[in-house]
Design a protein around this ligand. Structure first.
Ligand SMILES: [Zn+2]
Length: 109
């Protein structure tokens, strides 16, 4: 299942975001592995957001809400309509990552 970047539309595999993307950061292998076991909210603490931002990812309220990604053109801006819909889905479904992924796919987000 894929979700799409709010800014450039690049598809991102849900499994990759949840389990693999963290290894692109400069966290140690052990710390990256530990991260995959954290709860959805802890995964997006500022410390981890900064690590992700350094390699091109920005997320909304969920790791599945990709606002910007490594494929984004430098000056591109997030689509405000898509950003609002995605924020709404995340707010509604909270920590239910499978539900978020399914809803975003249904809406082509
Ligand atoms: Zn992008």
């Amino acid at each position: 299942m894929d979700v799409h970047c709010t800014t450039c539309g690049e598809p991102w595999d849900v499994y990759h975001l949840r389990h693999d993307a963290i290894y692109e950061t400069d966290l140690s292998h052990a710390e990256a592995k530990a991260w995959t076991q954290l709860s959805p909210q802890i995964k997006l603490l500022d410390r981890y957001r900064e690590k992700f931002r350094a390699v091109g990812y920005e997320f909304g309220g969920s790791i599945l809400n990709v606002l910007r990604c490594p494929a984004c053109p430098k000056d591109a801006r997030p689509d405000p309509d898509k950003a609002a819909m995605k924020a709404g889905i995340v707010e509604l479904l909270g920590d239910d990552e499978d539900g978020i992924a399914a809803a975003m796919e249904d809406f082509g987000l």
